[in-house]
Design a binder for this molecule. Structure first.
Ligand SMILES: Cc1cc2nc3c(=O)[nH]c(=O)nc-3n(C[C@H](O)[C@H](O)[C@H](O)COP(=O)(O)OP(=O)(O)OC[C@H]3O[C@@H](n4cnc5c(N)ncnc54)[C@H](O)[C@@H]3O)c2cc1C
Length: 373
């Protein structure tokens, strides 16, 4: 029996495991994740505003292991030996016949160790809980968000909502190093998001960087400073450290350059945020839809190798994206059509409920959303 090892029990890893379920008599599937649960990342910002209860965003990987018939190892992968087809976990090594690397991405602090230790980030549910504790603590007056991309703007809007509901006013300031935030979006969407943030009283500093952060004081490159401040870092992501140590070809963010079959070599596939798949001249953006589709696809191609069938080329299908802000305003592009306002909010949350990891979570989310609209 061939052994397929999956690194990462997120969207891509779990969809690969789901895809392999029907071959359970032919292959042994082992999934390793450093966490004991899978988190539904797109709704992390909503934990901050209190709209979504964090208990509906996670699912226990031990339970999914029984349902999807894989062996679950709750441990961090620290290395991959592609030549000898072996992965190293903290406490043991594991041989594989086929490997799927689906380890996602994490906040990039660009080697700034001091900021990485003191700033908040939003990589998983526990990060959202820490930031929520900070919002609850009453001590902080200024919330400084480094990075004016999707995540930064969603965090800003949700912090606004948290204090709006309490009838309090705090300063929320987005710091963006480019001359315009949301650089990758079309002009109309940028304007929509900016107008909305302005309406919420969110401030913005463009062409600016964080120079230093200590003892709750943030200093910007131009000299402006904010005392009594919390710094939230949303200025980019990178691939997990063990990936670059494999010696494979990676891009600027550390994403593994994969071929048209999503392969890194003949026995190893990569999918989700970890994979750099070139499409129309640029890498596919990090998104749950691609992670899910690629996980299924990698599983299918491995079975094609085992069954000695021809491999299939991966052709991405882009359903679109939506940026949702906490005051029931959202905008995006779905199936090539512009969407905004309430309709976009509805589409965003419907997608989240649909993609959620379990029926119990889906029902919980629906209840939360009806209560919080
Ligand atoms: C705040 C936020 C909001 C987002 N909003 C949206 C949105 O609205 N729409 C959208 O499409 N996408 C959104 N995304 C992006 C989306 O969540 C990712 O693209 C998606 O999660 C990628 O799936 P993945 O399976 O590649 O990685 P993940 O879902 O991150 O899963 C990776 C798994 O690998 C595990 N892992 C990592 N390192 C190791 C290791 N060394 N050993 C063992 N296990 C390891 C992790 O614990 C994790 O469980 C958002 C992301 C964030 C953070």
């Amino acid at each position: 029996m061939k052994r397929i090892v999956i690194i990462g029990g997120g969207f891509a890893g779990l969809s690969a495991a789901t895809g392999l379920l029907k071959y359970k008599k032919q292959v042994e599937v082992v999934l390793a994740d450093r966490k004991s649960h899978a988190d539904f990342l797109p709704l992390l910002p909503d934990i901050l505003s209190g709209r979504i209860d964090d208990k509906f965003l996670s699912v226990d990987l031990n339970i999914l292991a029984v349902k999807l018939c894989f062996e679950f190892i709750n441990s961090s992968v620290i290395g991959v030996d592609l030549e000898n087809k072996k992965i190293s976990l903290i406490d043991k090594e594991l041989l594989y016949d086929y490997l799927i690397i689906a380890a996602g991405s994490k906040t990039n602090f660009y080697n700034n160790v001091s900021i990485s230790k003191s700033a908040f980030k939003l990589d998983d549910v526990s990060d959202a809980q820490s930031l929520l504790n900070c919002l609850n603590s009453q001590r902080i007056e200024n919330f400084i968000i480094s990075g004016g991309g999707y995540t930064g703007t969603e965090i800003a809007a949700n912090i606004w909502r948290y204090f709006f509901k309490k009838g309090e006013k705090k300063r929320i300031i987005i710091i963006e190093k480019a001359s315009k935030p949301l650089g990758m979006l079309p002009e109309w969407m940028k304007q929509y998001v900016l107008d909305n943030l302005l309406l919420l009283g969110v401030e913005m500093r463009l062409d600016a960087r964080i120079e230093a952060y200590s003892e709750n004081k943030v200093i910007l490159s131009g000299g402006e400073s904010f005392a009594n401040a919390a710094l939230i870092w949303a200025a980019g992501v990178k691939t997990q450290d063990f990936v670059k140590n494999t010696g494979c070809e990676c891009d600027r963010q550390g994403r593994v350059i994969v071929d048209e079959y999503l392969r890194l070599n003949s026995n190893c596939f990569c999918c989700g945020d970890t994979a750099h798949f070139e499409h129309k001249g640029s890498p596919l953006r990090m998104s749950i839809q691609f992670a899910i589709m690629q996980g299924t696809f990698a599983a299918e191609n491995i079975m094609r190798i085992i069954d000695k069938r021809e491999l299939k080329k991966y052709r991405p299908l882009d359903l679109g994206y939506i940026i949702s802000m906490a005051n029931n305003k959202a905008c995006g592009n779905v199936f090539g059509f512009k969407v905004k306002g309430w309709f976009a909010v509805l589409l965003h949350y419907s997608m989240c409920v649909f993609r959620s990891y379990s029926m119990a979570n889906r029902l919980g989310l629906i209840k939360n959303l009806f209560k919080g609209l």
